[in-house]
Design a protein around this ligand. Structure first.
Ligand code: ATP
Ligand code: MG
Length: 451
């Protein structure tokens, strides 16, 4: 602490020469560096040149009342006001305007030392906190990787709904990023500083749902040895994410409907109606509309949940994101930090051509496996992906695209190119598939600019 003091800079704004000398002297003796100003004008000058860690500000200055300027000053600096004993009312008002504390005159030097140290320490902590918070915000920006128009639309929708408290239903196929989308809604909402609580409905035993969600009172059932708060309370002020909502029982659906409609709930075994200010986001990979129509999901609950629906598009409908995501998973992976991995062009084509029934999760798994399979090689080739190649799984599925009737040589060039991609660099295999010697293959590759 004392070592730190050496570097701390305090600006003392005081027009009373004797008091100024006394306070400045005391602070310097403790080890602070001190700048002084006599009035508002000088304060502005000093602040244009230096960045004090703390400002000690006399409430009454020759060129104006400090109350007017204090709010602006306190917005960027830690400010302690110095006030005549009689004007304690002013001090209170100054603190309301953002001052971190006040000292009454005549200033008690011991008190001065304590207050100054405390204010400087708090200001540092606040800066740290703001830094970490901003850093996390910046990190959050990159939660959802992708630049396709479909993903942009999704992000716009998320941004818009994040600001409201509406219940949101996130729909989409398995592995598309529903959970990520829900998290993004919370992170971008005014509730971001509060809890984000996840309840995975499909792993929950039916009669646990209620006690998990609403909590229980002591003795509510065998094993309820003490009172327990539910997740809905844990998420008070924040967001509760109900994953796989399509899986909950009819009884649970009824309970959930009640809490969404009335914001009220009871702990299991409890008699008090409790309220929680909890935003609910639900996700499902089932078609809830159909389930509701067929009577497998409560219609009224479905309407409540689907007040605002966010649909995460399948990966095959936003192929622009595939390569970006693949690189993202390469960079994220521990292995790739030791060995810098890259994707061959052919591997990229293979990834883009594939239909991704398992969506982003499947892509992540494929990349992780490819990293392992490619071992010490820096490049990941199509063969490491274990996917049907861009050329099609079997030669029977080859596709050629021409905007004119191709010549024989054009066809040949195209065919060589496709197989070259499929066997990504495996000379012998490629030659075998084309039915030419490796020597002839070499000529072909040169001729078509593939070497
Ligand atoms: N746009 C994206 N950017 C980066 N990672 C993503 C993106 N979308 C999904 N992922 C990742 O893919 C994986 C699957 O995503 P998530 O769990 O959100 O999918 P889901 O739709 O909830 O799947 P399920 O239906 O199986 O519950 C996670 O590891 C997630 O981090
Ligand atoms: Mg999920």
């Amino acid at each position: 602490m004392n070592l730190d003091i050496q570097k701390k800079l305090i600006l003392l704004v005081e027009d009373d020469a004797i008091l100024k000398k006394l306070i400045a002297g005391q602070l310097q003796e403790i080890g602070y560096r001190v700048l002084t100003a006599n009035c508002w004008r000088e304060t502005g000058e000093v602040l244009s040149r230096s960045e004090p860690d703390l400002i000690l500000l006399d409430m009454r200055l020759p060129d104006g009342n400090s109350m007017d300027g204090i709010e602006e000053l306190a917005g960027n600096h830690a400010v302690i006001v110095l006030t005549a004993y009689a004007s304690i009312q002013n001090a209170v008002q100054a603190v309301r305007s953002g001052a971190v504390g006040y000292l009454s005159k005549p200033v008690n030097l011991e008190e001065l030392e304590i207050e100054v140290a405390r204010a400087i320490e708090n200001a540092a902590m606040r800066r740290d906190y703001e830094f970490v918070r901003d850093q996390q915000r910046a990190k959050r920006q990159s939660l959802m990787v992708g630049e396709s128009p479909a993903l942009r639309d999704l992000e716009r929708l998320i941004e818009a709904v994040a600001q409201a408290t509406t219940t949101v239903l996130v729909e989409g196929e398995s592995g598309v990023g529903k959970e990520l989308a829900a998290r993004e809604i919370h992170d971008r909402s005014p509730r971001a500083q509060h809890n984000y609580v996840v309840l995975d409905c499909c792993t929950l035993h039916e009669n646990l749902f209620e006690s998990e969600l609403f909590g229980h009172e002591k003795g509510a059932f065998t094993g309820a040895i003490s009172q327990k708060r539910g997740l809905i309370e844990a998420a008070d002020g924040g967001t509760l994410f109900l994953d796989e909502i399509g899986e909950i029982s009819p009884a649970a659906q009824a309970k959930l409907l009640r809490v969404i409609e009335t914001r009220q709930f009871r702990r299991v075994g409890g008699v008090k109606d409790l309220t929680a200010d909890t935003r609910i986001i639900a996700a499902t990979n089932r078609d809830l509309a159909v389930m509701a129509k067929e009577g497998r999901f409560r219609q009224d609950l479905y309407y409540r949940l689907s007040a605002f629906t966010v649909r995460v598009p399948p990966l095959r409908d936003r192929r622009d994101d595939i390569v970006l995501l693949a690189h993202h998973f390469l960079e994220k992976h521990d292995f790739s930090r030791r060995i810098r991995k890259e994707l061959s062009r052919a591997a990229e084509r293979t990834l883009v051509a594939y239909d991704w029934p398992g969506n982003v999760r499947e892509l992540r798994n494929v990349m992780e496996r490819a990293i392992i399979l490619s071992g010490a090689e820096t490049a990941i080739h199509s063969r490491h992906l274990g996917l049907p190649s861009a050329a099609g799984a079997s030669s029977g599925e080859l596709k050629f695209q021409f905007d004119h009737e191709p010549t024989l040589d054009e066809l040949r060039q195209n065919y060589v190119k496709i197989l070259h991609g499929k066997y990504s660099g495996h000379r012998a295999k490629l030659a075998g598939a084309l039915g030419v010697s490796e020597r002839n293959l070499y000529r072909l590759l040169q001729r078509y600019g593939l070497e």
